[in-house]
Design a protein around this ligand. Sequence first.
Ligand code: SAH
Length: 395
Amino acid sequence: MAKQVILKQGRERSVVRRHPWIFTGAIQKVTGSPERGETVDLLSAGGQLLGRGAWSPQSQMSVRMWTYTDEQIDGEFFSKKISEAIFLRTPPVISSETSGVRLIHSESDGLPGITVDRYGDWLVCQFSTAGSVYWKTTITAALQKIIPCKGIFERSDLSVLKKEGLGESAGLIWGEEPPEVIEILEDGRKYGVNIRGGHKTGFYLDQRENRSLVESCSKDRQVLDCFCYTGGFGVAALSGGAAHATLLDSSGPALARAEMNITLNNVPEEKYTLMEADVFQALRKFRTENRRFDLIILDPPKFVESRNQIDKGARAYKDINMIALQLLNPGGLLFTFSCSGHMEDMLFQKIVADAALDAEREVKILRWLSQAPDHPLITGFPEGKYLKGLMAIAT
Ligand code: SAH
């Protein structure tokens, strides 16, 4: 019997617009008892085939679409999708001076639940949905065939897997064990990445272009990199000739790695200071001490994890932005980010505007910033946009 998911009357609208998620409430009937992750045909109430997707019996997102045609979902399908994704990541989109790249960005590459990052000679994968886990072996074989690499490592240590009724999984899937630290190039800057234990798959690849922008604005400036993690922005500022950079994070191990990354880029010791502290407190301390900077980066973790945290998150964003603006010399630059998908662009701009009012600083936005182009957006899937930022000047 065909494995089919039949939608309720009128609920095909979002799929026709190529939105890849089908929620439980839109479903009228399921036939053929599909297994977790198995491919199902998606039909409108009138019986029209809308495409094929993966069945997630335990999730609120019951189906995630693989295709909007009648094509077969098999090894050939995944090979084709992977090749298409790689084609998008060639120069000039990604410079040849870059060896840390997101190769597959889940829904945005038509592969819901599948993330693949390349760090030098290793690939790091995350499988976060029932469908992606179901096809894991096939996908890994396709990656191996298409992308020359020494090994494929899995980092599906993701709490979202629980919602799918699946367990976490991490370790080597194929090939050679990666070294403790893999050295990558990002627009010519060097970073050491720990793919076994680092955040996400090891590094925040989505900030690449924003770091390059910071590099180009840092010459002779006093820079403050807040929430520096392993030194992404701090290294960029120092590579760009910053007079001095202070790198601030609450994690000792992250700071230790940041220092190694600075050293990799041959920056002399007197050019930087590492500070293990809470950003909210440290910014206040700088204010009390009358410290001033010419360029400040605020790249905090997600302050808004869900819709009901928007107000609380907004207060936290406003707080750090207000004090950062007070710490800027006239003509100083602020690079401020939010990686919360629930934070809308205009709300973020309003928060920075409110922060400027409270800080009593005149602030102009020079650029809107977003995620790097190896984290693309498909037009019908606004949820794909999560990273937003502003480059602003305070007079
Ligand atoms: N800018 C980084 C990524 C930042 S990730 C890059 O380009 O790679 C967020 C970082 O914020 C983490 O390293 C985490 O340790 C740190 N962090 C979270 N809350 C903090 C706080 N209250 N004070 C200081 N650091 C914090």
